[in-house]
Ligand binder design. Structure first.
Ligand code: H79
Length: 598
């Protein structure tokens, strides 16, 4: 991946200005329109368009692009040629009822369909532009109309994706400088064109002629829409962002708008980056979107399928942090879900059928992340998602100060009570005795019913029986000027730009039972950083370590730093500070691990 792409590979607007809410004062309306979404928790994204037919292959060659839906741009296909896909596009196997049935059986409560992607082709019958599936293809049917009916029948909320910022077909939009050399380029920043009279006036014309009227169509032709899902909002101005929000809410006050309409704080809820695995304290409702392989649109050569376990753990992790989880499928140009996607969605459904109560309508964990798994909360129940089975089935649950009614295995129809032993009644630390073996190879759920409002201690606990306590950087607090989080995507779950000697990272935790721990640091470092050093402190202990060459800034390796002892129960802070910085940065730290030595 080139440096340029590395920096641009994010459909999210970075927050350059402080967080703000546009709809302040209209909170009541937002509360109303978001209620169904908070209950739903999980959804299905469907990326389907002209690009689904070539599926990442153009003129017999595999196009060098992860995302098959970016074919036109990445293969540098002129409009006149790309339009010819439409002549071939005849997905006779498309069956809206079948698609929604698969979504339903997968346990997914809303469906987001690509009404128009960056290529500008409308996957519905549009009067605004003849470049649409009904008028430009032999298929001549309107998938949005058919999906609207099928979704209503199945009780699934239909939502629509509309790429508002870019349009590689319209002569005045942005992203296509192959056909329109004077247009705003795919990699151009907002600042580079916003004061350019020709570019900005023509771009406004695109918005007036195509984007706004098509959104009006989508919100008037197909009944109630759950979300108008926008993308790449970093390419529009604040004013244009507000205009899109107002347009949607003006036509359907119950329709949600995601933040990607512009940037953080806009719309009704936050998004994370595409396939972002690690995030920091979201400040309001948020949603994570993920793919089953790498591409969103159908890609014939993308065989990098994730495992059901990986997908479900990702989903549980997101829900335990209070987020919604949307999984994507890219149907083929024939109109079908490929067999692998069907199989993976089926696996999700199998787990959700048995354990859905621990997901739908729940809130995030009141006790953070646990070394054995995750946790969600609904009214007077805590759902413990156990994916690392504890030794002898002894599950430590820390910080629940309520009185406990019962603990049962969620799938146990007999509701046999599991025995609970208090480690410390006043701080709410208990051991629940589980069976010796997990019931579910993906994740076994325990429902813990308590009395009254939840009274939990959110401070993480250092586990001390032969457990690895992983302190990931995304769970730590950063202090200083340059040190910041990387993207949080696969292989980027580290901190970067550790240039200032005064910048440091810190974690808080609570020790229940004193013990001795072996300490490791996992980081990436290039040759220039070698010879630097850092200091790790906690309680009375202090460890100094040298930075080693790991093969590169993103080649992570773990090194043993020494031992630390926590002799007394209580609250502690763990700090990592630079001692000497060599080269540009200290290192790209990923995590500190404290392994209990018993
Ligand atoms: O629809 C999926 C992706 O196609 C879309 N977001 C998800 C939901 C997405 N659009 N852009 N990106 C993700 C980030 C990639 C940006 C770049 Fe580009 C690829 C920069 C240059 C090539 C986007 C496409 C901006 C210009 C062309």
């Amino acid at each position: 991946m080139s440096m340029k792409e590395d920096l641009m590979d994010n459909a999210e607007a970075q927050s350059s200005k402080p967080f703000m809410l546009h709809d302040e004062g209209k909170d009541e309306e937002r509360e109303k329109r978001i209620a169904w979404w908070r209950e739903a928790k999980v959804g299905l994204f469907i990326h389907w368009g002209l690009y689904s037919l070539p599926g990442g292959i153009w003129q017999g060659e595999r196009v060098n692009a992860t995302y098959a839906e970016h074919l036109q741009l990445r293969a540098q296909i002129p409009i006149k040629e790309y339009e010819q896909i439409a002549d071939q596009f005849n997905p006779v196997h498309f069956n809206a009822e079948q698609w929604t049935r698969i979504a339903k059986e997968a346990g997914l409560k809303y469906l987001i369909f690509t009404a128009k992607h960056h290529d500008g082709f409308a996957m519905y019958h549009s009067d605004v532009s003849a470049y649409n599936i009904v008028e430009a293809t032999p298929f001549k049917r309107d998938p949005v109309a058919e999906l609207a009916i099928a979704c209503r029948q199945e009780g699934i909320t239909l939502c629509l994706y509309y790429s508002h910022a870019m349009d590689w077909h319209h002569p005045d939009s942005q992203g296509n400088t192959l056909d329109y050399p004077a247009n705003i380029g795919a990699y151009d920043s907002l600042e580079s064109w916003v004061n350019d009279a020709d570019k900005s006036i023509r771009y406004k014309r695109y918005l007036q002629e195509k984007a706004y009227p098509q959104i009006s169509e989508l919100l008037t032709l197909y009944g109630p829409i759950g979300i108008l899902w926008f993308d790449c909002g970093h390419k529009v101005t604040d004013e244009q962002g507000h205009q899109f929000v107002d347009l949607v809410h003006g036509l359907q006050s119950g329709c949600l708008v995601n933040r990607r309409v512009r940037r953080e704080g806009f719309g009704d809820y936050e998004n994370t980056g595409d396939n972002q695995l690690h995030i920091r304290n979201p400040r309001r409702d948020w949603e994570s979107i993920a793919t089953l392989n790498h591409s969103w649109g159908y890609n014939q050569t993308d065989h990098s399928w994730r495992s059901p376990k990986d997908i479900l753990h990702d989903m549980i992790n997101v829900v335990s942090m209070g987020g919604n989880y949307v999984i994507n499928v890219g149907p083929t140009g024939d109109g079908e879900f490929d067999l692998k996607s069907i199989e993976l969605l089926h696996e999700m459904g199998n787990w959700l059928k048995l354990n859905g109560e621990s997901i739908y309508g729940t809130q995030g964990s009141p006790i953070g992340k646990l070394p054995w798994g995750r946790c969600t909360l609904k009214e007077h129940k805590l759902f413990l998602h156990v994916w690392e089975w504890p030794a002898q089935g002894k599950l430590i649950v820390p910080g629940i100060r309520n009185r406990i009614q019962s603990a049962i295995l969620l799938v146990d129809s007999e509701k046999v009570s599991l025995s609970i032993e208090w480690l410390n009644n006043t701080s709410g630390d208990m051991i629940i005795q589980l069976p010796q073996e997990p019931l579910d190879s993906i994740c076994t759920v325990i429902a813990l019913e308590f009395e009254g409002d939840i009274d939990a201690n959110p401070m993480r606990v250092l586990f001390s029986d032969q457990v690895c306590n992983v302190f990931g950087v995304f769970d730590g607090e950063l202090h200083g000027d340059t040190l910041r989080y990387d993207t949080g995507k696969l292989g980027r779950d580290n901190v970067r730009d550790w240039q200032a000697g005064g910048d440091y990272i810190q974690w808080q935790f609570r020790v229940i039972s004193p013990g001795l721990f072996k300490v490791y640091a996992a980081y990436g470092a290039n040759e220039q950083s070698v010879g630097g050093s850092f200091v790790l402190t906690s309680g009375q202990d202090k460890l100094v370590a040298h930075v080693n060459f790991t093969g590169g800034a993103y080649q992570f390796q773990s090194f043993e730093l020494g031992d630390m002892e926590f002799a007394e129960a209580g609250d502690y802070t763990l700090t990592v500070k630079p001692d000497t910085i060599r080269g540009k940065v200290l290192m790209n730290l990923k995590e500190i691990t404290l392994e209990s030595l018993g």
